[in-house]
Write a protein that binds this ligand. Sequence first.
Ligand SMILES: [Zn+2]
Ligand SMILES: [Zn+2]
Length: 436
Amino acid sequence: MDKGKLKEAVGRIIEQERLKIIDWSKAMASKPELGYKETQTAELIRAAFAGLGLPTRTGIAVTGVEGVLEGARPGPGLLFMGEMDAVVNRESSAADPVTGAAHLCGHHLQVGIMLGAALGLVQAGARDHFSGKVFFLGTPAEEFIEIEERLRLREQGKIRYLGGKQELVRLGYLKDKHLCVLVHAHSGLSQRKMLFGGMSNGFLAKSIRFQGKPAHAGVSPHEGINALNAACLAILNIHAQRETFREDDKIRVHPIITKGGDVVNVVPYDVRMETYVRGARLEAITDANAKVDRALRAGADAVGAKVAIQNIPGYLPLIQNPALSEIAKANAISLAGEEGAGAAGFEGGSTDMGDLSYLIPTRQPDSGGIRGNVHATNFEVADYEAAVIYPAKVMAMTVIDLLFEGAEEAKRVIREFKPEMTADQYLSFMQKVEES
Ligand SMILES: [Zn+2]
Ligand SMILES: [Zn+2]
């Protein structure tokens, strides 16, 4: 069979099995779970892999689940992921009534795309033509949330880093993976279209504690040190840095106060803040972070309080591999014409795909079929065909291009790729952030 025929066969099978594939997405949406707690989701994906006859492995970075499609001949390892975690938005009608978790980032669609591509490739017998392996992975904890709870998981030794893909690197999971792909839903893109080449910010997270001195707030405030005043000044000091942030660096600093005091008639002496420092370049994040630290310390200094700053490694900016984008884009156009593909712009958000993109060729195109915005109450699937079936076909075809007979395309992409860091350099970078 030639490559074109194989692509056609896979596309036909995905089309025939479209309802089954869409049902996987819907089943996942009906049981939204937060990062590192995606147990039912992982079981759903494991059962789907097993049903396709793929060897499975569970418990990867706590909840991750893998199914492996092994080609007839040896070759590169292609990591094809679907994120498993939900976000919290209690105003959404899709939210779990207890946890508030809801699939408003479209991760259930990603998983449908991954499983749909896996189904098409398996049932068309693609493995007979492949050199290398496809590692399908339901990957945990992309949303960087529930920071205190995850820091407790870290204390218990269950994780070291808060993001799932950071953990994949730490655990050496990337050792036999040479390329990686994932498709993400794009806000407001309702038609059948995929966007290529988008960028996103990196960030580091900060946990901050201002320590003052308790005293009676009415009788003897002069004997106290007001940690809430320190925090308020610190926030104003951060605002005063903003005119120094360059447009191109896309810096975003958005602190919240998570504890403003204990009781109203005692001078606040224990005040906690969290913030991200986001930016498009690592150097810009480091520069902005130094200014934020200065602002925090000055707030404390002004009232004689103390401040303890804990830096938590966030995500790296996303670098899309242009060669991978070209291959996938050509497949999108061959299925849906020029209308089926477009260019993505800059995203102010962040993803742990960024971390992987520093190490191996990585691509995260955006998919359509969505109304409203990700994480927002108005998010909804407008068209499952556009949101799941079309990208599943595009991705399956892309896998075929990469691994078909000798895997020459995958080898070319790998050869031309210049990593920003090795896995060891990445891990020492992470350690340096923690110690800063
Ligand atoms: Zn999200
Ligand atoms: Zn997401």
